[in-house]
Design a binder for this molecule. Structure first.
Ligand code: ATP
Ligand code: MG
Length: 646
């Protein structure tokens, strides 16, 4: 008999709705010819070379790709600079006076930086870093709120070839300390604090706490943002204003090798201890600039807003580098979506005339929970395209987003990718692809994605893999080459394993099923958590759900569902039965949950992803695994108490 894990993941959810591109949208789209797929497939390297030529190179590459699995090098011998591509090449055109960055602080203060402004500020800060002795190759840790200076700091690092390691401002001193140690950086750029839900986050205080155990850090640059009192350590700490004082806004961009390190970034830690992902220069910029333009159908006049924090890869690739490389206007917001009220995001869209909005399923489900009244009272007519990333989006949330936010006019691009992939890999092209709610649809042109079974054969459902290298792919895990090989390259020979499960439908569309580690095994059937969660969220009383398999004597595993109900709904026994029935009816008796546990909140990473591994720890009475990336430890503690009582 086949081992349980050899069995395919069952495909239970059947979603039939289809949304072809609106005709007028398709007509004007950046990409609207299906031949892009076949042409790119015929010669992916040539396809990526054509994209790379859209950038500015100081020196052309000799060879487009060297592939010695698991290591790829792209555009060998080529020299370029990311900051030059994001700034210098725009200021010689009419984009010089175009808004590069529209920023809004949580208290309501705003700033707009033109390409010229940003060009000057980046040069000034870069020159100051150099004056201070920061050299090419030195790792710089950035721990800042979402303010223009975080982009300035990143671009300045890129300009002088000092790789940055941005640590999300919501992380604790311990998480910051670990990342400083791992990256071995000697300099930290931070702020006194940042605004969050009407209060301040003590970033400098956290930095001080972290640095108690980082003796090698000799410089801390502190931006004044909130004005809260901070301790400045003599000889180590310096205010941003002092740091740049008297420095000319002139700093030529360092010609970087295509394979030089651009940055390190730690993954969000949904599955375990975060990994320091290595991204380099030429291939990375090629991958993100192309995907940003094609996936978001970028036009010169767009006002593009990606709501991710720069602490995540989405913030790197699609708040800062992708949009600026394309000369776009990128919007940045400092605070939370519910301050001062739950309509804040929609107020921002209205105020700045946002045309493209890119956010996460967890945010969309929260907006659904809050209700339609908030977006309905804002003018969202400027929007023309919507996007999501971060988790599988359940069809109900997708349709809500399309209907309530997009008013049925705006295509929704569900983009699958990872910190490791650097760029979007599975996604619709909005002028071309017929959308299906809940499906990330197809691999981007030039990307060879597939779904394999345990033996490495193409299958209707199983493991999502990438067969060929792509330009923005990770070049390794910082300081841990063994983990790199073990994590991504040991399951199938010379094929990148994503860690995610997926299924494919008759049209070849990809449907992400969540992480394979989360897949449940119910009486010999492999059931994805995502499908049961989708069925639960499909019920009108449910706002969010997280599903896990808990040990069961007979079935192997039983399904335990942690459910958050919508505002005004009571979690009663009657509702428990109704939800079990609902799932059974929607996707089959096999997937009927054994336990429904009502919970006001679900444990999530700081990037908003549900941490099922902690729920499994609770259900199995184990001590909790790595909790450093958890957004709110109280949520898990409360759930643990509740679970132990039941
Ligand atoms: P860690 O690897 O440390 O556990 P993580 O995987 O959450 O953390 P990220 O790189 O931020 O870190 O997230 C990438 C993962 O997010 C993907 O592997 C996938 O599981 C999920 N994901 C991202 N976008 C989508 C999407 N559009 N549809 C489905 N899943 C998605
Ligand atoms: Mg991951």
């Amino acid at each position: 008999m086949a081992k349980a894990q050899d069995l395919p993941i069952e495909a239970l959810l059947r979603e039939k709705r289809k949304f072809p591109p609106p005709r007028e949208f398709a007509r004007r789209a950046v990409v609207n010819k299906a031949s892009v797929y076949t042409e790119a497939a015929r010669n992916p390297v040539r396809f990526w070379e054509a994209r790379a030529r859209e950038l500015h190179w100081f020196k052309p590459w000799r060879k487009a790709l060297e592939w010695k699995p698991p290591y790829a090098k792209w555009f060998l011998g080529g020299k370029l600079n990311v900051s030059y591509n994001c700034l210098d090449r725009h200021v010689t055109t009419s984009r010089r006076t175009k808004a590069a960055l529209i920023w809004e602080g949580e208290p309501g203060d705003t700033r707009t930086l033109t390409y010229w402004d940003l060009y000057r500020e980046v040069q000034r800060f870069a020159a100051a870093l150099k004056r201070h002795g920061i050299r090419k190759g030195d790792r710089v840790t950035i721990y800042m709120p979402m303010v223009p200076e975080v982009a300035i700091a990143m671009l300045a690092c890129a300009r002088i070839g000092a790789p940055h390691s941005v640590v999300f401002g919501g992380f604790s001193p311990e998480s910051l300390r670990d990342r400083i140690h791992d990256a071995d950086s000697r300099i930290v750029i931070t702020a006194d604090g940042g605004w969050r839900r009407g209060a301040t986050v003590p970033l400098k205080q956290n930095t001080d706490d972290a640095l108690k155990e980082c003796p090698d850090v000799n410089t801390v640059i502190v931006l004044r943002r909130t004005g809260q009192p901070v301790d400045m350590q003599h000889g180590r700490d310096i205010w941003w204003d002092e740091f740049v004082k008297g420095v000319e806004a002139k700093c030529p961009a360092e010609p970087m090798d295509s394979e030089d390190l651009l940055y390190l970034l730690y993954t969000s830690g949904s599955t375990g201890k975060p990994k320091g992902i290595i991204h380099t220069t030429g291939g990375y910029l090629t991958g993100i600039a192309a995907t940003h333009r094609w996936v978001f159908d970028l036009r010169e006049e767009d006002v593009y807003w990606c709501t991710a924090d720069v602490g995540w890869v989405t913030g790197h690739s699609y708040v800062v580098y992708g949009p600026l490389a394309n000369g776009a206007t990128t919007v940045m917001y400092e605070g939370t979506p519910d301050f001062p009220d739950k309509d804040r995001f929609w107020r921002i869209v209205e105020k700045h005339g946002v045309t493209i909005c890119y956010t996460a399923p967890t945010a969309i489900r929260t907006f659904m929970k809050w209700g339609e009244a908030y977006p309905k009272r804002c003018d969202l007519s400027s929007l023309r395209l919507l996007g999501t990333v971060g988790e599988p989006i359940n069809p109900e949330a997708w349709v809500w987003y399309w209907k309530v936010i997009g008013n049925g006019r705006c295509p929704v691009v569900d983009t699958w990718w990872q910190t490791e992939t650097g760029q979007i890999l599975i996604t619709p092209l909005p002028g071309l692809t017929t959308l299906k709610p809940g499906s990330a649809t197809r691999a981007f042109p030039g990307i060879d994605a597939d779904v394999l079974d345990e033996r490495g054969k193409p299958a209707a459902s199983g493991y999502l893999v990438l067969r060929k290298p792509w330009p923005a792919m990770l070049r390794g895990i910082w300081g841990d080459p063994e983990r790199f090989v073990q994590q991504y390259w040991s399951k199938f020979e010379n094929i990148y394993f994503t860690g995610d499960g997926a299924k494919r439908d008759d049209d070849g569309y990809f449907w992400l099923l969540g992480r394979v580690d989360d897949v449940m095994n119910i009486s010999g059937h492999r059931v994805s958590t995502m499908e049961v969660e989708s069925a639960l969220v499909d019920h009108k009383a449910v706002a969010e759900a997280a599903v896990i398999g808990r040990p069961h004597d007979i079935k192997g595993q039983a399904i335990a569902a942690f459910v958050t109900v919508k505002a005004g709904v009571d979690g009663t026994d009657g509702l428990q039965d109704e939800l079990k029935q609902h799932v059974a009816r929607k996707i089959g008796a096999l997937a009927r949950p054994d336990d429904i546990i009502f919970s006001a909140e679900l444990p999530k990473t700081r990037s908003g992803k549900i941490m099922r591994r902690l729920l499994r720890d609770i259900a199995e009475g184990r001590t909790l695994g790595d909790t450093t990336t958890l957004a709110d430890p109280a949520v898990v503690a409360a759930l643990k108490r509740q679970y132990d009582e039941d």
